[in-house]
Write a protein that binds this ligand. Structure first.
Ligand SMILES: [Zn+2]
Length: 278
């Protein structure tokens, strides 16, 4: 009997330790999981590091497990699992909404392939350089995110549906009745699923995964650099830059500024989301 009970006490228990450096707040206490089995990892709680953002728990092989995720041991396991708090620099480029004074707290990304369908709708000026400018905008964001963005002629297969044309025609087509007289274009949210919260300074932001499709509308006025800015701006929204930049020189500034070049803050704002979460 003694032998049997000794055997039973040798379950395959894996101790789990949580580690961090330079933090304030409470590191989760050690725990253990009986394997095969599963365990839910702790949330960030009050753990903080000045100037850095917590992305999850990092294993020795560099895998980052999101806070609150469940890890599953499908077989008997031995040894200790040490998990390091993964702290990163993070650039949050979106400020307050100038109309509502609310803080922008959302950022999104598309998983999988990103296909863009572009079409001029209705009557439009033959000199409206819509398709060329869409190409410039797609290339600029693809470069900024480090992610391929494809064009497609199949609307069913597209995540971004981009429409260009005369203002009243596009507004009518969109079915919207709340487009103000100063608006030169707009983008619609696709369905979005909250993936993870990020504590940045004193506020909490949420990263969303997009699904379905996002429609963006680009009016044929303005022209020149402002048109390029407008089209890049609406593409930026549809790719997940929800909100507007705090930098008045940014393409994602809330109004036209004649600057068609993506600035470093707005590039990084979205790039880090695509690089970490996609
Ligand atoms: Zn905007």
């Amino acid at each position: 009997m003694l032998y049997l009970s000794l055997l039973a006490s040798y379950s395959f228990c894996v101790p789990i330790q949580f580690r961090s450096t330079g933090h304030t707040g409470t590191l989760p206490s050690p725990r253990s999981v009986r394997t095969p089995g599963s365990i839910q990892l702790p949330l960030q709680g009050n753990l903080r590091r000045t100037g850095l953002v917590f992305l999850g728990w990092r294993t020795a092989d560099g895998t980052i497990i999101p806070p609150g995720a469940t890890i599953i041991f499908s077989t008997e396991a031995v040894g200790t699992l040490a998990l390091d708090a993964h702290w990163v620099n993070w650039v949050w480029d979106a400020g307050r909404n100038v109309n509502t004074n609310l803080l922008y707290t959302r950022v999104g990304f598309w998983p999988g392939q990103i296909n863009v369908y572009s079409s001029v709708l209705g009557p439009s000026n033959p000199n409206f350089p819509f398709y060329e400018t869409m190409g410039i905008g797609i290339n600029a964001w693809s470069d900024a995110l480090g992610v391929p963005i494809n064009t497609t002629t199949n609307q069913q297969n597209a995540q971004l549906l981009s429409f260009g044309g005369e203002r009243e025609y596009l507004i009518h087509f969109s079915g919207r009745t709340n487009i103000g007289p100063n608006v030169a274009g707009f983008a619609e949210h696709p369905p979005m699923t909250a993936m993870q919260q990020l504590v940045i300074g004193n506020s909490t932001k949420t990263v969303y995964r997009h699904s379905g499709y996002s429609r963006l509308f680009n009016f044929e006025r303005p022209r020149g650099n402002n048109l390029t800015q407008l089209i890049k701006h609406e593409i930026g929204h549809s790719l997940g830059y929800w909100g507007h930049s705090t930098n008045e020189n940014s393409v994602m500034w809330f109004s036209l500024n004649n600057n068609p070049t993506l600035q470093s803050g707005e590039r990084i704002h979205l790039r880090q989301v695509y690089q970490h979460f996609r």
